[in-house]
Ligand binder design. Structure first.
Ligand SMILES: Nc1nc2c(ncn2[C@@H]2O[C@H](COP(=O)(O)OP(=O)(O)OP(=O)(O)O)[C@@H](O)[C@H]2O)c(=O)[nH]1
Ligand SMILES: [Mg+2]
Length: 221
């Protein structure tokens, strides 16, 4: 959180989190995002080029502002891919439980992130959307769970149509981003403390050496 002053008034502005929604074409990235930001269901497929949304939320009692990038799944619109992979703080990788190919694509998206962000620990959530379409299911819940375990991230089966587990997916991502920040902050404090301690140790050693040499020098009148 940061303090902002506007017209002489001080207000607290929530921390902004850059969230990127990835996945193959037609899996429901836009529908999931729109349900999260506007509680409405998009019941037709209008291939996205790139859309962005801002949504405020109070997560675990702390305000957050999510800057969400809804990306293109269709290959012809993926020119900006590297750019947003570099800038995103956290990623939601979406597949559709009715589309096995999109499940395989999810693995490819994870690889792409790793390629761009190298060894960085990236907040990530795996989402299997369209679980309301049970009769068309091609990917089991167990397969989704196993993939999430392999990727080391939380997993949700969502339905944008029924607005189920939508908030949970975004909230879980923000929690991971916050955890990563806290970890970094602790590491920063620890290294600052270690530096300070070694400076003190150095001064102390020098002082001791000076005292010893003063004691050893004999006074001869
Ligand atoms: N039944 C059902 N349909 C869904 C769900 N989510 C999305 N859809 C439908 O699936 C189609 C594609 O959804 P979009 O949200 O446009 O998919 P997308 O991933 O954004 O697609 P691109 O922008 O082309 O990458 C639309 O017709 C949606 O209405 C869901 O949870 N359940
Ligand atoms: Mg879309």
């Amino acid at each position: 959180m940061t303090l902002e002053t506007q017209n002489g008034q001080t207000r607290i502005s929530p921390r902004v989190h850059q969230v990127v929604v990835l996945g193959a074409g037609g899996v429901g990235k836009s529908a999931v995002t729109l349900q999260f930001v506007s509680h409405s269901f998009l019941d037709y497929h209008d291939p996205t080029i790139e859309d962005s949304y801002r949504q405020q939320a109070v997560i675990d009692g702390e305000a957050a502002l999510l800057d969400i990038l809804d990306t293109a799944g269709q290959v012809e619109f993926t020119a900006m891919r590297d750019q947003y992979m570099r800038c995103g703080e956290g990623f939601i990788i979406c597949y559709s439980v009715t589309d096995r190919h999109s499940f395989q694509e999810a693995i490819e998206y994870r690889k792409l992130i790793s390629r761009v962000r190298l060894n960085e620990d990236i907040p990530l959530v795996l989402v299997g959307n369209k679980f309301d379409l049970q009769s068309q299911r091609q990917v089991t819940t167990e397969e989704g769970k196993a993939l999430a375990e392999q990727l080391g991230c939380p997993f949700y089966e969502t339905s944008a149509a029924l607005r189920q587990f939508i908030d949970d997916s975004f909230y879980s991502l923000v929690r991971q981003i916050r955890r990563k920040e806290r970890y970094r902050e602790t590491a920063r404090k620890r290294s600052r403390w270690r530096r300070l301690r070694s400076i003190f140790a150095f001064i102390f050693r020098r002082k001791n050496r000076n005292n010893n040499s003063n004691n050893n020098s004999h006074y001869s009148p």
